[in-house]
Design a protein around this ligand. Sequence first.
Ligand SMILES: O=C(O)CCC(=O)C(=O)O
Length: 367
Amino acid sequence: MACQSWPEPVIRVQALSESGIISIPERFIKPQSQRPITNTSPPKNASNNVDEEINIPVIDMKHLYGDDKRLREETLQRVSEACREWGFFQVLNHGVSPDLMKRAREVWREFFHHPLEVKEMYANSPTTYEGYGSRLGVKKGAILDWSDYFFLHYMPCSLRDQTKWPSLPTSLRNVISEYSKEVVKLGGRVLQLMSINLGLRDDFLLNAFGGENDLGACLRVNFYPKCPQPDLTLGLSPHSDPGGMTILLPDDNVSGLQVRRGEDWITVKPVPDAFIINIGDQIQVLSNAIYKSIEHRVIVNSNKDRVSLAFFYNPRSDLLIQPAKELVTKDRPALYPPMTFDEYRLYIRTKGPSGKAQLVESSSSQT
Ligand SMILES: O=C(O)CCC(=O)C(=O)O
């Protein structure tokens, strides 16, 4: 197999930030049209003047399992609206203990504060992305994002290799095993709610993903260092998640995630002890675009670094993913051709960000 490597020397963003620079290298400066509009810059036009009070829906899952039937129905309805209209929501009382969430954040924060030599032992390559990394994509001369990350596989079990996970801090491997186990269970509960809301069997989405033993699950821990010129760059460029669903544990102190809402970007205000859940492209396909995989990005700031744990919950990579037959009608034909997750990733990698739209067009021209 061809061994791929990075096209140019990797820049560790945290080391750059800690070197005390007062302006960022050109490689990180986004073109004007892609720069974030921060609170310090005046709105360009009325549509950018976003109401600071707007937030993605916040849903208390305890109502789903209580005795009050009306509250249960209302809560299911709120989940449904969030998946259709926002593609994003926060969940509270989700069953994962706040203490475990806190420990998961802390072990990763500790890892990123180890000396560079410790982190470099896990340096990754673009062949699998597993390990410590600082860029996504291998385009030579690409404009880079202001973040470092650690990427690891949790499921299927055949891909899980704890020796590739950091051994420092010493508790990290145990904490992350425990955390991942609980987050996978939460993912199963959320898929069940989504299946019910779509009028499908409650195990439809989990089965479409390959079932609880075969689905894919991986973790990307993002570290966004302080940035001396946050208005010129982004922590993560706009993207939608190619997989099934993402369960994000945001930083408890610093916000940064922004979600696309029409022409605007809404800054998510994380609720303490909540997870942020978003629909990925594969659920958009399975739901025949009833549920939306929404573009999002991350802004950085000059005062505080930020850590987030993005847990990607994906279909088994060799299963065909296509709109559920029950959601395909004469009036709403299948919007996507059948494709495995592996094929899809390859497709968007070669076609770039416009690939998703082209896929819909090619499918509708076949019907
Ligand atoms: O850091 C965040 O809030 C979002 C992370 C994200 O979008 C990702 O890892 O794909």
